[in-house]
Ligand binder design. Structure first.
Ligand SMILES: CC(C)(COP(=O)(O)OP(=O)(O)OC[C@H]1O[C@@H](n2cnc3c(N)ncnc32)[C@H](O)[C@@H]1OP(=O)(O)O)[C@@H](O)C(=O)NCCC(=O)NCCS
Length: 173
């Protein structure tokens, strides 16, 4: 199984998985995703067969939003959802985004446990977020690539070669 960018010929398969997974459908949104945010539209490809997808977009200068994630029913529970989430998070990091967020139905315990496993934190409830009146939970994750990679790069060298970034000392507040 590999995760790759969505291609227009995947559209039918993605729509099939989408209508199996969600009650509200809007195929035009996904075409827009391809046209406007194609770098954040990924599919799970199992021997040339699309078995899942994730679609997101850049919400602000610092934040990426995961708009939709679904795996074909028979392929759930094999780590594909995790792989898709990890992949879109890598894309967010590459774009220097610092946070990822998403919204999930209060009743969708399965997706919530996946997000919690991936260090998403439930932040607040949007009452009546969905068209059937169900509440949505907004969850966020800090991506923080800069600190971790920066520290690893510095600590990986022998002590005498370490060049710590200069600290700016401010006298006035
Ligand atoms: C949510 C979804 C994308 C997860 O995809 P998946 O490929 O099954 O996920 P994974 O196999 O990577 O499982 C990851 C985690 O999900 C959770 N999970 C998986 N199956 C579960 C189940 N039957 N019950 C509860 N939690 C479950 C677990 O935390 C699991 O981690 P673990 O295997 O380390 O315990 C998939 O169930 C799906 O398409 N659901 C319908 C659409 C949907 O709800 N999308 C999310 C909208 S916000």
């Amino acid at each position: 199984m590999r995760v790759r960018y969505f291609r227009p010929q995947d559209f039918e398969k993605v729509m099939e998985i989408e209508s199996e997974a969600f009650e509200e459908h809007n195929p035009f949104i996904y075409m827009n995703f391809y046209e406007m945010n194609n770098e954040y539209f990924l599919v799970a490809d199992y021997n040339g067969y699309v078995v899942g997808f994730v679609a997101g977009y850049q919400m602000s200068e610092t934040e990426g939003r995961i708009f939709s994630l679904a795996v074909k029913q028979d392929y759930r529970g094999y780590g594909i959802g995790t792989r898709l989430l990890e992949a879109i998070m890598r894309v967010f990091r590459r774009k220097a985004l610092r946070y990822a967020n998403l919204e999930v139905r209060l009743s969708n315990v399965r997706a919530q446990s996946l997000y919690r496993k991936m260090d998403f934190i439930p932040c607040w409830i949007e009452h009546g977020y969905y068209s059937d009146g169900e509440d949505g939970i907004i969850m966020k994750k800090v991506l923080s690539p800069h600190i971790r990679t920066g520290v690893r790069r510095v600590l990986g060298k022998p002590a005498h070669q370490r060049e710590w970034p200069a600290l700016k000392i401010r006298n006035k507040i």
